[in-house]
Ligand binder design. Structure first.
Ligand SMILES: Nc1ncnc2c1ncn2[C@@H]1O[C@H](COP(=O)(O)OP(=O)(O)OP(=O)(O)O)[C@@H](O)[C@H]1O
Ligand SMILES: [Mg+2]
Length: 254
């Protein structure tokens, strides 16, 4: 039997508006995703979907108007993981071996939901560690709601799209955040000029789906790759060189 959407606690006009909006999005979202989006409206995480910011192979990123659960922000980012994606099986590498996700069912939507939950958990850990990263608000199924990084409704640009005034300072801030994450027993695993957003000269790390805990068998390898990627970028673009081994020792406290 189809589940009836709960309309409790909402004035009729609101419910009507949400229904109308979800109708507009019908054909874009599958039924499962629609139910998760409905939950976001119903829990006052968002009040309106504005527009798609970026469509990708694995996820689409939307800007939405914030509801009262979004802690005083004006906008919320909704990252909607695609169920029909061919590249998720390879992501099992990051899930298997992470004790937080012992048993993962093998259906595609379960893997996608686990990925979404994992990104939420990783962002939560980053928040607690004091890392510059979007604050996570809520997740349901394949939909993740998080803090909008940007100024005055304008989304922040990636590190790659930004010409830095103080590249040395920016690099130091990124390395300091990698160190804070490491102290919180987490390795990002996909740090690059594409997964850092610049908001008012402060770098924010994003895209935490693949981050792993330190006792993951490949955590050290992922940390070394993160450091190599970011040092490589600053060396190529800004001619700043740092010794990779020393940086890793500094992060790990060896
Ligand atoms: N919290 C945020 N605030 C503002 N913009 C964001 C936020 N999260 C993501 N974006 C935008 O959406 C893009 C894609 O986000 P993200 O990297 O998390 O997803 P992805 O699936 O890995 O996409 P890609 O494959 O392009 O890296 C980012 O490059 C950025 O432009
Ligand atoms: Mg990304």
């Amino acid at each position: 039997m189809a589940r009836k959407l709960s309309t409790r606690k909402r004035p009729d006009r609101d419910v009507h508006m949400i229904r109308e909006q979800l109708k507009i999005e019908e054909g874009i979202f599958d039924t499962r995703t629609m139910m998760c989006l409905w939950r976001m409206f119903n829990h006052s995480v968002v009040t309106r979907l504005d527009f798609v910011l970026k469509t990708g192979k694995e996820a689409d990123v939307y800007i939405a108007d914030a509801g009262e659960k979004a802690q005083g922000s004006e906008y919320v980012i909704l990252k909607i993981f695609r169920i029909e994606t061919s590249s998720f099986p390879k992501r099992m590498d990051y899930i298997i071996g992470d004790p937080r996700f012992g048993k993962v069912k093998s259906s595609v939507h379960e893997v996608v939901n686990t990925w979404c939950k994992k990104e939420y958990g990783n962002l939560k850990a980053a928040e607690i560690a004091g890392v510059h990263a979007p604050r996570p608000y809520y997740f349901k199924g394949n939909v993740l709601a998080m803090e909008f990084i940007g100024v005055g409704g304008k989304p922040a640009k990636t590190l790659k799209e930004t010409e830095l005034d103080e590249p040395q300072q920016t690099l130091d801030l990124i390395l300091a955040d990698i160190k804070k994450l490491y102290a919180a027993e987490l390795v990002h695993g996909d740090i690059s000029e594409y997964n850092v957003l610049m908001e008012r000269d402060v770098p924010y790390l994003i895209d935490f789906g693949q981050a792993v805990v330190l006792n993951h068998p490949r955590a050290q390898e992922f940390l070394e790759r993160d450091v190599r990627n970011i040092l490589g970028y600053f060396s190529r673009r800004y001619n700043i060189t740092k010794d990779e081994d020393k940086v890793i020792d500094e992060i790990t406290g060896r």
